[in-house]
Design a protein around this ligand. Structure first.
Ligand code: UTP
Length: 291
């Protein structure tokens, strides 16, 4: 089996109900953190990890994502005519960023089903999965950290982070044997357990590098809660058939699918921008003083 990880799947077919009304007419993935759509941050992480082909699992009303990663000739031409070459280049650079292949998930039957929808494009190769609701800020991109482990160990790997006991019920939680302080050989996975049933406090926020065996596992996975095929259930089958690792990645994770997580990411990313930092600090000071 080929071991080099060249492809990634970004499931983006969800309804984005937690962000209504913003997501009524625009895809959640196009909501910006400062001035960069969330999906662009995710694609940039994949590209920095060496991914060449990105498979976008999409749905009706999500065409804006495909347009974003294409050229916009009228816009770029008109910017150039106005001597705004820098802005034309900003637009064009996004068009050149990656080779985007999109496929429709025709019914929202769950994350596991969305990943399975990408099977004909991934074929018999290992691949990364990045969920658009999780922004991970790190020096070495989180996906790159996982790709390195996959290519070294020839084993599927999920990125995990340690969460407080009262938050385990928000995530898929892994259990197994620690191989070193950051790496676990996964034996079982539980989706959103009660704290007393959690096999550990290592939660999966949305980064994976998996062998193509996951597709066979997902085909055998029965629909769970809400009639959806859960990726976690497919991973449980994978862990029974092949070695599955969990790696505590280096980096800060923002849950941008949640309103407060989104605000946190927006402030953090804005404060890191030299052109915005002092202005944002000023605004924050003003609001805090008013309290
Ligand atoms: P979520 O359930 O967290 O996202 O799925 P959502 O449906 O977009 O948002 P809410 O919860 O209604 O606000 C996690 C990821 O899996 C994708 C979503 O697009 C999201 O990136 N997903 C989920 C699919 O692609 N297809 C599905 O059927 C379900």
């Amino acid at each position: 089996m080929k071991r080099k990880v060249r492809k990634a799947v970004i499931p983006a077919a969800g309804l984005g109900t937690r962000f209504l009304p913003a997501t009524k007419a625009i895809p959640k993935e196009m909501i910006p953190i400062v001035d960069v759509p969330m999906i662009q941050h995710i694609v940039e992480e994949a590209v920095r990890a060496g991914i060449e082909d990105i498979v976008l699992v999409t749905a009706r009303h999500k065409e804006a994502i495909e347009n974003h990663f294409d050229f916009n000739y009228e816009l770029e031409d008109s910017l150039e005519k106005k001597n705004k070459n820098d802005l034309a280049e900003v637009s064009r650079a996004v068009g050149k960023m990656c080779n985007l292949i999109s496929i429709r998930q025709k019914m929202p039957l769950g994350l596991g089903h969305a990943v399975l929808t990408a099977a004909p494009i991934i074929g018999d190769e290992p691949f990364a999965i990045l969920l658009g609701d999780d922004l991970i800020d790190s020096t070495v991109p989180c996906t790159k950290q996982l790709v390195d482990i996959y290519e070294r160990e020839n084993a599927s790997v999920v990125g995990v982070m340690e969460v407080p006991a009262d938050e385990v019920s928000k995530y898929g939680i892994v259990g197994g044997k620690m191989l070193d302080p950051r790496t676990m050989h996964v034996q079982n996975l539980v989706e959103k357990p009660a704290p007393k049933d959690a096999p550990s406090r290592f939660a999966i926020p949305g980064r994976y590098v998996l062998s193509p065996t996951i597709f066979e596992c997902l085909r055998q996975t029965k629909p769970g809660k809400g009639g959806e095929i859960q990726l976690t259930d497919g991973l449980q089958l994978l862990a029974e058939r092949e070695r599955l690792l969990a790696y505590q990645f280096d980096g800060t994770r923002y849950d941008t699918g949640d309103r407060l997580g989104f605000i946190d990411a927006t402030i953090s990313f804005a404060l890191r921008r030299p052109d915005l930092k002092s202005g944002v600090q000023e605004i924050l000071r003003k609001h805090l003083e008013r309290k």
